[in-house]
Design a protein around this ligand. Sequence first.
Ligand SMILES: NC(=O)c1ccc[n+]([C@@H]2O[C@H](COP(=O)([O-])OP(=O)(O)OC[C@H]3O[C@@H](n4cnc5c(N)ncnc54)[C@H](OP(=O)(O)O)[C@@H]3O)[C@@H](O)[C@H]2O)c1
Length: 302
Amino acid sequence: MKERIGFIGLGTMGLPMAERLWKAGYDLVLYNRTPQKVESMMRRGALRVHSPREAAEASAITITMVSDDQALTDIVIGQNGLYMGLGREKIHIDMSTISPKLARKLERLYHNKEASFLHAPVLGSKPQATEGTLLIFVGGDRAAFERCRPLFDVLGERIWYFSDVTQATHLKLTCNQFIASMMTALAQGLVFAQKAGLSAETIIDVLGASALNAPMYRSKTRKILERSFSEANFFVTHMLKDLDLMLEAGRQLHAPLPGVAAIRELFVAAQAQGYDREDYSAVIKVLEHLAGTQVRREQPAS
Ligand SMILES: NC(=O)c1ccc[n+]([C@@H]2O[C@H](COP(=O)([O-])OP(=O)(O)OC[C@H]3O[C@@H](n4cnc5c(N)ncnc54)[C@H](OP(=O)(O)O)[C@@H]3O)[C@@H](O)[C@H]2O)c1
């Protein structure tokens, strides 16, 4: 059995990531706000604790994979928080998408305890988390990174390291700018084409044969045609959170993001329509509503 790892946040991403570590032979100490989500792993022998503090006390390295800045703040400095369980040479790796500001704040805070904070956000979704093929951006102390490298190798297929903790955070936000923009471009394109009598299948066929080819265009078009938005890998609400993080970081860096500002409004509308816990491709429903149409499968010629 390898060393004991604390894992906090067994949601869409956290559960398959914890399962990979378990299969790789790590002894896991688990905490999730909603305890039921830990049960499947407890049946396999993992240990459940009742607070983030206990998870950090019981392990040398604790990983968090939670929704947003508020969730991570609650976990670290809330009642019986992870910070209370930290000590000399302990490491906290946060793999959520959070603000550069919070990443910097935690790195500084942990100096008080001679502990280390690594921010290690990921690119990829539930399938990549399950297969261990995430792309991982790690920022923070190099010695802490080297100690944690075997864990990253279990979770991801490529790792980029930065000594400045916020560079990993900014890289993740840069990537999510592409995800949000590409999703919106696809949704607009499919709705426009539908109004012109062109099928989604034709659009995807042409994109796939061109320099615009990207696997997400095909996978998200399939989801749109199946109308399977409730089978979500990445929620509308998390995309909206990331758009807000980008705009805030853009303000700090004096980097205007006019496209992100416009896309954000579409995601606000998607949330207002009640699609928060649907896949982020559900943003197309906002555009369909505005255009008075719905993107459908091509009907076979009779
Ligand atoms: N899904 C993806 O494709 C994907 C890809 C890359 C990065 N990310 C990022 O990874 C992070 C996790 O995403 P996810 O899709 O796994 O989210 P999720 O399914 O919504 O899971 C969120 C987790 O955070 C916990 N949580 C939320 N608020 C909390 C609070 N105040 N206190 C304690 N725990 C709290 C939840 O606990 P409960 O179970 O009690 O609600 C749950 O374990 C997010 O930052 C997201 O942006 C997601």
